[in-house]
Design a protein around this ligand. Structure first.
Ligand code: HDE
Length: 750
C-alpha cells in the first residue's frame, strides 16, 4: 500500500542543477519510508497447504544458526557508510568540479565503491562451479558405537548441523541446471569433534581409478580450450575421445547416459560417498563402509527433450526448486544408509573395493539405514555461504578414516590446494560458513585475511611459558588407522582394477526397458554431436563389451555397422556375484507415493469454468502439490460465471516443460486456448514427456486439437465431464506415478 502511495522517487529532481548543491534529506523519511520493500513471495508457499512454522527455533539447527548470527548484518533502519564507517551524504553522483566539470580523484567515496566492486568476483571452482546449497541437520537414528567412535553417530536422536551443496560438474558458474551431468552432493557436518565433509556425487562410481588422470578427464570434459565450447555438455569430441580410450570409464558412462544425469530435482536424487571409507571404533577395530543418501521423495528424473527445453525457459530450474521448497516449509529429506563389510569380505569380492569405478551391489552387502538429513533453511547470502563454502575430503573426524583408494588419495590433496587460490589464502577456514563449531586451538599463525586475534607470546609446542597449551589430545584425538604397509614403490594398479565391464553390464541389465531406451538415446545424441567418425566407432566397440543389444541399438541410431569389440585388458573375466540389481533402477525408489511439491498447470482463459478450477486447486493443495493457473497472459481472467480468477503466469513465461502435470478445465476459455499455438504446444510437450494429463468437460477439445486422443486414451491421459471427486483422485494418483513410460515412443508421435 505504501508503494502505491508513492510510486516514484521524490528525491530524484534534487540531483540536478542548482538543487544538487543542497544536501540530501539524509533520513529514511519521504521516499525511503514510503516505498515499502517488496515482500518476496514464494510461489510454492502459496501452494503448500500445511505451511510449517518458520521460526528460527523450528529450524532445528540451533548451534550453527547461532554461530552465523554473529556475522549477519542487516541494513534496516541504518544510515549508509563507507567500509570504514564514515556516513555517506550522497550516493547518487560523483564529486565533480562544477556540474559539467571533471570528476575529482579525491572522491574517496566513489573510489572505494568502484574498487570494491572491481574485486567482487572470486575464481569459480574448476569443477562443480554451478551449485546451490542449504542448511539443515543430520539426525542419527541408530547408535553406531560398535563400529565407529564418530561423535555424530554416538546415539539415536542426536542432531548435528549440516550445510549441503548440490552442483553440476562441467558447466561454469552461470550455466544451466538441467545439463546432462553428474551432480555433486557435498555435506559438511559441524560435529562437536570438528567438521566432517562427505563430498559425494549422485552416482556411486566415477570415470577414473587414479587421481593421476583427473586433470586429463576434466580437460577433456570442459569446453574445448580453443573455442570454449560447448558449455555444460559432455556431447563433444574431446570428452568422447578421452573416455573411449579409457575403458575404465565405461561403467560411469552408463550412469552418465542414464536418467540419473538429468534429475527432476536435487530433492529427488540419491547421493553416494563413492569411495570405500573406514569406520574405526573405540577399540581401534576397523569396518569398511560405503555411504548412501536416499531421498524421501523417491528418485525421479526429467526426460532429455524436457531437460533441453527447461534449460532455455528456466536455467535455474534446480536452484529454484530447492529454494522454493525450503521457503514453503517443504523440507527435503534423505535417509543415510551404510554398507558395512570387513577387509576379509572385500578380499573375496570379484572386484576391488579400492576401485572407484566399482560399486558394492546392495544384493551383496545390504544398505543399513542409520540416520536422516533434513534441509530446512536457505542461506542468507549466496556468496558468503554457497560460494565460499569449502568442502574437503581431508576433513575427517575421529572414528572415520580413509582407505587406500588411489582416487581418494588425490582428492585429499586437491580440495585444500584449490581452495587456497579460490578463497585467497590459508585462512579460509575462518570464514563463518567453514568455521567449525568445535573450538580451534593450534599454533598456526598469521597469513592473508587472518581474523582470529591470538593472545600471548606462545605459538610453539612444546612450551612451558604457555603451560604446555594447546596440548595434544592423545588417544582421544584423531589417530590414523594403523594399516600395515610393506611394499615396493611403483606406478601401477592391482589386477582386479583391469576388469571394466561386469558392472556396466549389471547396471544396464538392471534398468527397466524405458530406462534402457533412454540410455541408448543418450549415447545416440552425444555421439551424433561428435564430429570425428572414428570416435563414434570406438565407443561402439567399447559398448559391445557391455551389451550387444545396446551396441546394436546405438549403432543403428548412428547409421553405423557394429564394429569389432574393444580388446579387454583382462583375459579372464571374473564371475560377478550379482547379475541383476533392481536397486540400480530409478524406478526402485518411487518415494512415499505422495505428490507433495509437484507443480501442476491448470490452463485458463476468459470463460473458463471457475468451479472446476477451484475443485482442482483444492484437491491438489490438499495433497501438498502446487497448482498454478496458466493463462494467455498474467492477471485477471473473467470466468464463465463472471467471477474473477487470476492467472499466476502466462503460457509465454511458464511453458509445459516446467510442470509435472496439466489439467484443462472446461468452459468457453477452451476455444481461446485452441487458437493459441502455445497452449497446443503445452499439451503436446506434456504428452511427449509422458506426464499425467487431465481434460474436464469441453477441455477435451483442446486435447483433440493437439492431436491427443481422449476416446481410447494413451496411458496417463484422463478425462471426465466434470471435476468429480473420483476423477480428481485418479488425477492425484496419476501424478504420483510421475510418468507413463508406456506412452513414450522413439521418435515421439506427437
Ligand atoms: Fe571433486 N573436486 N575431485 N570429486 N568434487 C572439487 O574442489 C577432485 C571427485 C566433488 O560443492 C574441487 O573446492 C579430484 C569424486 C564435489 O564445493 C577440486 C578428483 C567425487 C565437489 C576437486 C575428484 C567428487 C568437488 C573443485 C579425482 C565424488 C564440489 C573445487 C582424484 C565422490 C564441492 C573444490 C562443492 C569439487 C578435485 C573426483 C565430488 C578441484 C582431484 C570421485 C561434490 O578440488
Amino acid at each position: 500500500a505504501a508503494a502505491a502511495a508513492c510510486p516514484f522517487n521524490p528525491d530524484k529532481p534534487g540531483e540536478y542543477g542548482a538543487d544538487a548543491a543542497a544536501p540530501r534529506a539524509g533520513s529514511p523519511a519521504g521516499y525511503h519510508a514510503a516505498v515499502a520493500p517488496i515482500a518476496s513471495a514464494s510461489t510454492l508457499a502459496e501452494g503448500i497447504a500445511n505451511d510449517k512454522t518458520r521460526s528460527p527455533a523450528a529450524r532445528g539447527q540451533g548451534a550453527l544458526d547461532a554461530a552465523l548470527a554473529r556475522v549477519r548484518t542487516d541494513a534496516g533502519g541504518q544510515r549508509l557508510t563507507t567500509n570504514h564507517g564514515v556516513p555517506i551524504g550522497d550516493n547518487q553522483s560523483s564529486l565533480k568540479a562544477g556540474l559539467r566539470g571533471p570528476a575529482l580523484l579525491k572522491d574517496f567515496i566513489l573510489r572505494e565503491k568502484i574498487t570494491h566492486f572491481d574485486h567482487e568476483r572470486i575464481p569459480e571452482r574448476i569443477v562443480h562451479a554451478r551449485g546451490s546449497a542449504a542448511h539443515g541437520y543430520f539426525e542419527c537414528l541408530r547408535a553406531l558405537g560398535e563400529v565407529t567412535r564418530a561423535a555424530l553417530f554416538a546415539e539415536a536422536g542426536k542432531r548435528t548441523p549440516v550445510f549441503v551443496r548440490f552442483s553440476t560438474v562441467a558447466g561454469e558458474r552461470g550455466s544451466k541446471d538441467t545439463a546432462r551431468d553428474v551432480r555433486g552432493f557435498a555435506v559438511k557436518f559441524y560435529t562437536e569433534e570438528g567438521n566432517w565433509d562427505l563430498v559425494g556425487n549422485n552416482m556411486p562410481v566415477f570415470f577414473i581409478q587414479d587421481a593421476m588422470k583427473f586433470p586429463d578427464l576434466v580437460h577433456a570434459l570442459k569446453p574445448e580450450p580453443h573455442n570454449a565450447m560447448p558449455q555444460a555438455a559432455s556431447a563433444h569430441d574431446t570428452f568422447w575421445d578421452f573416455v573411449s580410450l579409457m575403458p575404465e570409464s565405461t561403467h560411469m558412462l552408463l550412469w552418465a547416459m542414464s536418467d540419473r544425469a538429468i534429475p527432476r530435482s536435487y530433492r529427488m536424487m540419491q547421493g553416494f560417498g563413492v569411495h570405500t571409507f573406514r569406520f574405526v571404533n573405540a577399540d581401534g577395530v576397523a569396518t569398511l563402509v560405503k555411504f548412501h543418501w536416499t531421498p524421501k521423495l523417491g528418485t525421479h528424473s526429467l526426460v532429455w527433450d524436457e531437460a533441453v527445453k527447461i534449460s532455455g525457459c528456466d536455467p535455474d530450474f534446480h536452484r529454484r526448486d530447492l529454494w522454493d521448497a525450503i521457503e514453503a516449509g517443504e523440507f527435503p529429506e534423505w535417509e543415510l544408509g551404510v554398507q558395512l563389510f570387513t577387509e576379509d569380505d572385500a578380499s573375496r569380492f570379484s572386484f576391488d573395493v579400492l576401485d572407484a569405478t566399482k560399486l558394492v551391489p546392495e544384493e551383496l552387502v545390504p544398505v543399513t539405514p542409520i540416520g536422516r538429513l533434513v534441509l530446512d533453511r536457505n542461506p542468507d547470502n549466496f556468496f558468503a555461504e554457497t560460494e565460499q563454502v569449502a568442502f574437503c575430503t581431508a576433513h575427517l573426524v575421529p572414528g572415520i578414516d580413509f582407505t587406500n583408494d588411489p582416487l581418494l588419495a588425490g582428492r585429499i590433496h586437491s580440495y585444500v590446494d584449490t581452495q587456497l587460490s579460490r578463497l585467497g589464502g590459508p585462512n579460509f577456514h575462518e570464514l563463518p560458513i567453514n568455521a567449525p563449531l568445535a573450538p580451534v586451538h593450534n599454533n598456526q599463525r598469521d597469513g592473508m585475511h587472518r581474523q582470529a586475534v591470538h593472545r600471548g607470546a606462545v605459538s610453539y609446542e612444546p612450551n612451558s611459558l604457555g603451560g604446555g597449551c594447546p596440548f595434544q589430545a592423545g588417544a582421544a584425538g584423531f589417530t590414523a588407522f594403523p594399516e600395515p604397509v610393506a611394499a615396493d614403490e611403483l606406478r601401477g594398479k592391482p589386477e582386479r582394477f583391469a576388469e571394466h565391464y561386469n558392472q556396466a553390464t549389471l547396471f544396464f541389465d538392471s534398468q527397466t526397458p524405458a530406462e534402457q531406451a533412454h540410455i541408448a538415446a543418450a549415447f545416440r545424441f552425444e555421439l551424433s554431436k561428435v564430429t570425428v567418425p572414428a570416435i563414434r566407432t570406438r565407443v561402439l566397440s567399447q559398448l559391445r563389451n557391455v551389451s550387444e543389444a545396446l551396441a546394436a541399438r546405438v549403432a543403428d541410431g548412428l547409421g553405423l555397422a557394429v564394429p569389432e569389440s574393444m580388446p579387454r585388458a583382462l583375459a579372464d573375466t571374473p564371475q560377478a556375484e550379482v547379475r541383476h540389481s533392481p536397486a540400480l533402477s530409478l524406478r526402485a525408489r518411487p518415494g512415499d507415493g505422495g505428490i507433495r511439491s509437484r507443480r501442476v498447470a491448470i490452463l485458463v482463459a476468459d470463460g473458463t469454468d471457475a468451479a472446476a478450477v477451484a475443485a482442482l486447486v483444492d484437491a491438489l493443495r490438499a495433497e501438498g502439490a502446487v497448482p498454478r493457473l496458466i493463462g494467455p497472459r498474467v492477471g485477471q481472467i473473467a470466468a464463465r460465471d463472471r467471477s474473477a480468477i487470476v492467472a499466476d503466469a502466462s503460457l509465454e513465461t511458464e511453458p509445459g516443460v516446467l510442470f509435472d502435470a496439466v489439467a484443462v478445465p472446461g468452459g468457453k476459455g477452451v476455444a481461446t486456448l485452441a487458437r493459441d499455438g502455445r497452449a497446443i504446444e503445452f499439451l503436446r510437450e506434456q504428452f511427449r514427456h509422458a506426464k499425467p494429463m487431465l481434460a474436464l468437460g469441453d477441455g477435451g477439445a483442446l486435447f483433440e486439437r493437439a492431436g491427443i486422443a481422449i476416446a481410447d486414451p494413451a496411458p496417463g491421459v484422463l478425462s471426465a465431464k466434470s471435476a468429480s471427486a473420483s476423477i480428481l483422485r485418479r488425477f492425484v494418483k496419476a501424478i504420483a506415478a510421475h510418468r507413463f513410460d508406456a506412452r513414450e515412443t522413439d521418435p515421439p508421435s506427437v
